[in-house]
Every structure is written in C-alpha cells, then in structure tokens.
Design a protein around this ligand. Structure first.
Ligand code: CA
Length: 228
C-alpha cells in the first residue's frame, strides 16, 4: 500500500514516514500542493495524508481539485480549530482528519482503518447484482446502470446507492446511511450525506428528469422508491 504524505514541515513528515513504514506501508513525501496533484494524476496512491497549511496552495484547495479526478482517501492534518470546522463540514470530501500535534502511530492506525473501509470487498456485504426499477448495480465490478445507461458515481455515491438499493422502500436515517458508507456518525458527516444525495440525484436526473427515485422523509432520512 502506497501512502502519499503532503506536508511542508520535514520533522512532521519524518515521524509519519517512520510510523507508516514500520507498519509496512510504502511512502512518498511531497512538500507542495501542486506537486501532490501532479503526483496523484500520474500514479494514484492508496491514500493521501494532506497538511492544510501548505506553502503554495492550501490543503483544502488541493483536495477540492483532487476530487475532480480522484476518489483517493484523504486524511487532513490540521493545525487550528478554525480549520477543523471546515474539515468536518466535509464539503471538501475528506475521509478523516487529525489535529497537530498528533501521535504518528495514531495516524498510522487511522490509515489502516480507512484503507480497510474503502477496500473493494467492503463495497457490499453481498456480491449479488441488485436490480430494481431500472437500476442495475453490480457491487463486484463497482458498476451501476440506470435505465440502461451507465452511471459514473463517486465512491461515496456508489455505496449510498448500494445501501438504498439493497432494501428498496426502506427509510434509512442519515446515521444508518453513514454506517453503510463505513463512516462514524457525527453532526458534520450527517450534513455530508445530504450533499452526496444531492449529487446522486443530479446524476439520476440527467438520465430521467421526470422522476426522482430518491425520496426525502423529513426528519427521518431517505429511501429509494421507484414505483408510482
Ligand atoms: Ca504546514
């Protein structure tokens, strides 16, 4: 497993490199955000550890640009409380964050948790193809079609749809959906479910604008309901 560390302070990077290599990870260290984007474009690592305060562009900006072409898991390194608020808001699509000063061993432990969570075998408990009112989702091949057309989804959108399709018509709370995504529930992450649902709906609308199969249940959550 290859971990890319983007951190401008050599001392911090060193402790991370040491902790991760002791756990058997391969590491690459970069100090600039632009270089990190280039690097991910050329060869996607298995996970990115990304400092928020970088000398060229901020870690937030790196993550934002990254998400246009990559779903690689990201752990933010943050220095200040103000930064944490933005990270947990998760508009930027991070998977986790740690606050400086941190224990490198704890970071290595979180890396392992996230890599386990995103492993393809975790996408669904069952590998059977799910079919429901125009949806055809293949968990093994991580492919989904809607009304015969392929859907290009992010990792989180795919898992979300997988959970909903697994039990059509069941109302899932945001917490249950987060659970399906393998994310620990807290206030910030719950808002994040709404944004994933929003982007998923937009993609479904491009295929069929006249019907929204994802139902919002006020104060409860979401369900998938395709019949009239
Ligand atoms: Ca820094």
């Amino acid at each position: 497993m290859h971990i890319l560390i983007v951190e401008d302070e050599a001392a911090i990077a060193d402790t991370l490199i040491y902790a991760l290599q002791s756990e058997g990870f391969t590491t690459t260290w970069l100090a600039l955000g632009q270089a990190a984007l280039e690097s991910v474009r050329q060869a996607e690592p298995d996970l990115l550890i990304l400092d928020v305060g970088l000398p060229d562009i901020s870690g937030f900006e790196v993550c934002k640009q990254l998400r246009r072409f990559s779903e690689v898991p990201v752990i933010f390194l943050t220095a200040r409380d103000g930064e944490i608020d933005r990270v947990v808001g998760l508009e930027i699509g991070a998977d986790d964050y740690v606050v400086k000063p941190f224990s490198p061993r704890e970071v290595a432990a979180r890396v392992k948790v996230i890599l386990k969570r995103v492993a393809p075998r975790d996408v669904s408990n069952s590998a059977a193809v799910l079919r429901y009112f125009g949806f055809e989702l293949d968990p093994k091949r991580v492919q989904v079609h809607y009304l015969g057309q392929p859907l290009s989804l992010t990792r989180h959108e795919f898992k979300l749809l997988n959970v909903l399709l697994d039990q059509p018509e069941r109302v899932f709370s945001r917490e249950q959906l987060l659970d399906g995504l393998g994310i620990a529930a807290d206030a910030g992450y719950e808002r994040n479910i709404d944004s994933h649902i929003k982007s998923l709906r937009a993609k479904l609308r491009q295929i069929n604008a006249s019907h929204d199969p994802i139902q919002t249940h006020r104060g409860l959550g979401y369900s998938l309901k395709c019949g009239r």
